[in-house]
Ligand binder design. Structure first.
Ligand code: 5GP
Ligand code: ZN
Length: 119
């Protein structure tokens, strides 16, 4: 989709701090991080949200989670733990209509993690 911000990042028309890329997914730092490590893991296929998934996307979505696992391990947060979050629709806090998985990690303790308003 030509007017989609994340498609533009995928197509390198808009810069981003890219930390992972393969043929199906891209991972980059969130511009407004809500955790010490806040990454967005994005399928290159333009699917607007989880609510728009079709049966044919089931393998892609499975691979999205395995990609998150791989990135978490590579970033050294798999042992300490992390959160994976999908916002779905405006009521769910989604503002970019290109499906993306938030990976949040790196808090030094539970108090720092459990801030009101954070996922
Ligand atoms: P949503 O609320 O749709 O689940 O998450 C969208 C996320 O994209 C937000 O956390 C926001 O900070 C991030 N974001 C918005 N615009 C940009 C951008 O231009 N670059 C990057 N790297 N992240 C962005
Ligand atoms: Zn898109």
């Amino acid at each position: 989709m030509s007017d989609c911000l994340f498609c533009k990042i995928i197509n390198k028309k808009v810069p981003a701090d890219i930390i992972y890329e393969d043929d199906k997914f891209i991972g980059f730092k969130d511009i407004n991080p809500k955790a010490p490590l806040h990454l967005l893991i994005v399928p290159k296929k333009h699917i607007p949200s989880i609510d728009h998934l079709e049966l044919q996307d089931k393998e892609l979505i499975g691979e999205l989670f395995l990609t998150a696992q791989k990135i978490a391990r590579a970033k050294g947060v798999a042992k300490t733990g992390y959160k994976l979050v999908f916002n779905v629709g405006r009521g769910g806090g989604q503002v970019i209509d290109h499906l993306h998985l938030h990976l949040l990690a790196g808090w030094k303790d539970e108090k720092e993690r459990d801030v009101p308003g954070m996922p």
